[in-house]
Design a protein around this ligand. Structure first.
Ligand code: ADP
Ligand code: MG
Length: 161
């Protein structure tokens, strides 16, 4: 298991990390984003989706809890499910909505506020921990499975310091 830590000096750093991640992803991955409000979880997801070819508006699915995007990952169309579980009321809500079925071999799932559904979410492949640091952000990427570690090993990212 290897961790990768970077300082994202400004928003351009977050954009660059999202783009680098989009190039390293494969279908079937799940990525959980940790960090307070304003840490940059949605900004990173938006950057990843735009780098993967999505041209529309990306905002946190605060009320719908999940938003699907069809994007291009390694010349393949892949469904990226972007969750924001901040306002999830109960585990039943998650299970009854069929959200668990989205975590499969073909989708990519990105989850903001996984802490809100701790006991019902599957183990992620990658944990991303974001925090405010000065005017920028610190980010730690942690592989949690072989698939996640392989993805991070492919990551080509050198932030501007
Ligand atoms: P979250 O989803 O974690 O609540 P958002 O992504 O909605 O946070 O908001 C993050 C805020 O921080 C946005 O205003 C964004 O412009 C800003 N931001 C993102 N990355 C950086 C960075 N590396 N340095 C400074 N500001 C950033
Ligand atoms: Mg958010």
């Amino acid at each position: 298991m290897q961790d990768y830590t970077f300082h994202l000096h400004d928003e351009a750093g977050t954009l660059a990390l999202g783009a680098a991640l989009s190039r390293a992803l494969v279908a079937g991955l799940s990525i959980y984003l940790h960090g307070d409000l304003g840490a940059g979880k949605t900004a990173l997801t938006r950057a990843l989706l735009h780098a993967a070819g999505y041209t529309g508006h990306v905002k946190s699915p605060t009320y719908t809890l999940v938003e699907p995007y069809t994007v291009n990952i390694n010349q393949q169309l892949v469904e990226v499910m972007h969750f924001d579980l901040y306002r999830m009321g109960s585990p039943e809500e998650f299970l009854e909505a069929g959200f668990r079925e989205h975590f499969n071999e073909t989708n990519i799932c990105i989850v903001e506020w996984p802490e809100k559904a701790e006991n019902i979410l599957p183990t992620p492949d990658i944990n991303v921990i974001l925090s405010v640091s000065g005017d920028g952000r610190d980010v730690k990427l942690c592989g949690a499975t072989d698939k996640g570690n392989q993805c991070l090993a492919r990551l080509k990212f050198a932030p501007n310091l």
